[in-house]
Ligand binder design. Structure first.
Ligand SMILES: Nc1ncnc2c1ncn2[C@@H]1O[C@H](COP(=O)(O)OP(=O)(O)OP(=O)(O)O)[C@@H](O)[C@H]1O
Ligand SMILES: O=P(O)(O)OC[C@H]1O[C@H](OP(=O)(O)OP(=O)(O)O)[C@H](O)[C@@H]1O
Ligand SMILES: [Mg+2]
Length: 289
């Protein structure tokens, strides 16, 4: 890939509004980057970190990155796939999770076989057309910008294909999902497909990975009689290997290890049962693995 910005500044596209915008900014702030304070601001240069942020519609982000105009972007996996842009997912970011599903009024269309000949409304026509094509289903796809659920009630479509998070919008519209989940989406980091790594990208990626680790792990410390240490470290193997340090108290050691946050309380209970004491779990603020 040619360096399009002619310098060493990494040019990053991030959502300016919508479901992903706030979480993307929060994550970048946690990774040590400057973020805008005014939601109308279009760009922001963080000179200390040699990056420049462009606040764009999430739907357009894969296109800018695919064209090489911008080096890297944060968008939804569903939007990336829908765009058909030459951009590729390099890191899932763990927020903005949703499922993309077909739905219809209760008791009308119940499965994929029932889709043939229907009118399907969606904002993701690229994803839907490909899905139908791969399965040889012949249906009419209409692209709408939003509020897709209402199109059925208004007689514009028989079926919708849309983002489902809690399912409350579907319920309100009297629609029920059917068929398998078309795709599972979340916010993802994208770069231009098949291109050389842009200057500064590895640092940027490592910082975001650091945030993911800090969010999903805690640091656990405990003291344990030396005869139980093998069983204890089997419970807390950490990412590399736990640190085991001598204690002044004869026959005891101190152990420090990273533990997945969602298992931390269960692990603490099990460590206690093994004879560990002084078991502490603390948040990790930043990490580079
Ligand atoms: N509840 C949700 N509604 C819509 N999109 C969601 C939701 N949860 C996660 N997402 C993800 O957000 C992205 C959609 O971005 P978009 O900017 O269209 O959000 P939006 O909330 O629909 O905003 P807007 O409707 O104002 O354009 C997709 O990747 C989608 O999977
Ligand atoms: O399952 P739920 O939690 O109800 O969320 C899903 C709904 O949220 C989004 O709509 P949005 O508010 O973005 O409006 P839009 O359709 O105009 O984009 C999406 O398009 C669904 O309609
Ligand atoms: Mg929307």
């Amino acid at each position: 890939m040619s360096i399009t910005n002619g310098g060493d500044t990494l040019r990053i596209a991030i959502p300016n509004k919508g479901s992903l915008s706030q979480s993307a900014s929060d994550m970048l702030r946690e990774a040590g980057y400057k973020q805008r304070t005014d939601s109308k601001q279009l760009t922001l240069t963080d000179t200390d970190n040699a990056v420049e942020f462009f606040y764009l519609r999430p739907r357009d982000i894969a296109l800018y990155v695919g064209e090489g105009t911008l080096d890297v972007g944060i968008t939804g996996r569903d939007l990336l796939l829908d765009s058909g842009a030459k951009a590729e997912e390099v890191l899932p970011l763990g927020f903005g999770r949703s499922r993309f599903r077909f739905a219809a009024p209760a008791g009308t269309v119940r499965d994929l076989d029932g889709l043939a000949g229907t009118r399907i409304a969606t904002s993701y026509d690229g994803v839907v057309r490909r899905y139908l094509e791969e399965r040889g289903i012949d249906a009419t796809v209409t692209r709408l910008d939003g509020a897709v659920e209402t199109s059925v009630q208004l007689g514009v479509a028989d079926v919708i294909a849309d983002v489902v998070e809690t399912g409350s919008t579907l319920r309100q519209a009297g629609l029920e999902v059917f068929g398998e989940t078309i795709l599972e989406s979340e916010a993802v980091l994208v770069t231009r497909a098949g291109s050389a790594v842009p200057t500064g990208f590895e640092v940027f990626r490592r910082r975001l990975e650091g945030v993911l680790v800090a969010r999903s792990y805690v640091m656990m410390d405990y003291d344990i009689p030396v005869e139980h240490v093998e069983r204890a470290v089997a419970l807390t193997p950490g990412i590399e290997s736990p640190t085991v340090s001598p204690l002044h108290r004869e026959g005891w050691v101190a152990v420090r290890s990273m533990v997945r946050r969602d298992t931390a309380h269960r692990v603490m209970d099990e460590l206690y049962d093994l004879g560990a004491r002084g078991i502490l779990s603390t948040d990790i603020h930043a990490a580079r693995l």
